[in-house]
Design a protein around this ligand. Structure first.
Ligand SMILES: NC(=O)c1ccc[n+]([C@@H]2O[C@H](COP(=O)([O-])OP(=O)(O)OC[C@H]3O[C@@H](n4cnc5c(N)ncnc54)[C@H](O)[C@@H]3O)[C@@H](O)[C@H]2O)c1
Ligand SMILES: O=c1ccn([C@@H]2O[C@H](COP(=O)(O)OP(=O)(O)O[C@H]3O[C@H](CO)[C@H](O)[C@H](O)[C@H]3O)[C@@H](O)[C@H]2O)c(=O)[nH]1
Length: 326
């Protein structure tokens, strides 16, 4: 039984690769390195350079490595970019997921674990969202993922494949042992941007919008440590192999921080002040989105790295180490 990780050269997929290695399993990685990095993949892990939309390549990989489970991380992930270029997102995230599913069905892959997103919920008018909250994405990115969710459920119903759809909230932090972190050039994620600014790699950063209906007017998000999230994948796959029950699960801590609170946490942990400018709202941003995580916790998820200071510390340590490596 071998696991295929698509997008394993990227930020979250790379942490999933480490989680499997840490428990003695060696996965196989497929990645086109569009945003991922070859150096993120440990040398003992078989790496195939290629596209998830290439059904015949996928069939070869499934057969050659006896793949019984696919963890599908590969995607484009930037919300504003998806608004500017929706067709690129519907191609890479939706059409290519369809091609991957076709290969999985033809290759008789039994289990499919999908990286979905809190962006499927749009701008929910409630304190927390659970998996039954009706999805209403605000962006083509969120819609491209929601369309994939529908395909995955239909494929399970028709062909008997079992799946877990994991809806990640805002993923942040880095491997506590310093082996991997977020390396994407021109990253747009808040914690990454704030840390780059704290380290003087950006002259200033923007806060997008201060007139949201939130306690301090800035957007509220549920930041989840990437290593706790990687562990959730192992748990979800183990459970799927055990009981064969397909599930959709929120992956967040159930607690929100505003943009201002995150900026303050980065200032505190980094021990430095940096320039923050107020900017207009960014298109496609919901005011507040926080997970209800009861279902994942019931499966046995025990997050250990939920403190925002710990998330920032690990991200900061990774960012500093990146310069040392260059
Ligand atoms: N980062 C977050 O906060 C967040 C939140 C919710 C969901 N997600 C989801 O998690 C997944 C991983 O995101 P990430 O933050 O690690 O992004 P990332 O950009 O670091 O990783 C994506 C990886 O997929 C690869 N890739 C992209 N298109 C490909 C294709 N067609 N064929 C092969 N490889 C391809 C890239 O080279 C990269 O290595 C994505 O599906 C994303 O939608 C991320
Ligand atoms: O320089 C910045 C960067 C971000 N923000 C704000 O910080 C919040 C978080 O923004 P991120 O870009 O870090 O994350 P998003 O909430 O936009 O989206 C992230 O989480 C989503 C799930 O909630 C998606 O899955 C998506 O892939 C991933 O980028 C937003 O209000 C954003 O406007 C700033 O103010 N300044």
């Amino acid at each position: 039984m071998t696991v295929l990780i698509t997008g394993g050269a990227g930020y979250i997929g790379g942490h999933a690769v480490l989680a499997f290695l840490d428990r003695g399993e060696t996965p196989v990685v497929l990645d086109d390195l569009s945003t991922g990095s070859r150096s993120a993949i440990p040398s003992e892990v078989p790496f195939i350079f290629g596209d998830v939309g290439d059904t015949s390549l996928l069939l070869q990989i499934i057969e050659a490595h006896k793949i019984d489970a696919i963890l599908h991380f590969a995607a484009k992930i930037v919300v504003p970019e998806s608004i500017a270029d929706p067709l690129a997102y519907y191609l890479n995230n939706t059409a290519k997921t369809r091609a991957l599913l076709e290969a999985a069905v033809k290759g008789k892959v039994r289990y499919f674990v999908f990286s979905s997103t809190a962006a499927v919920y749009g701008n929910p008018n409630r304190a927390t969202v659970n998996e039954e909250t009706v999805p209403a994405p605000l962006s083509p990115y969120g819609m491209s993922k929601l369309m994939s969710e529908f395909m995955i459920r239909d494929v399970s119903a028709a062909y008997g494949q079992k799946h877990v759809i994991l809806r990640y909230f805002n993923v942040a932090g880095a491997d506590p042992k310093g082996r991997h972190g977020q390396s994407t050039a021109n990253a747009t994620h808040l914690i990454k941007v704030a840390i780059e600014t704290a380290l003087g790699r950006r002259p200033f950063m923007n806060i997008f919008g201060n007139d949201y209906p939130t306690p301090d007017g800035t957007c509220v998000r549920d930041y989840v440590h990437v290593s706790d999230l990687a562990y959730a994948h192992l748990l979800a796959l183990d459970q799927l192999r055990l009981d064969g029950v397909s599930r959709t699960l929120n992956c967040g801590y159930g607690r929100g921080y505003s943009v201002r609170e995150v900026v303050e946490a980065v200032r505190r942990v980094a021990g430095t002040n940096f320039e923050v400018r107020q900017a207009p709202r960014r298109p496609g941003d919901p005011a507040s989105i926080i997970a209800s995580n009861d279902q994942l916790v019931r499966l046995g998820w025990k997050p250990e790295l939920h403190d925002l200071s710990v998330i920032v510390q690990h991200a900061l340590a990774w960012e500093k180490s990146c310069v040392i490596r260059v």
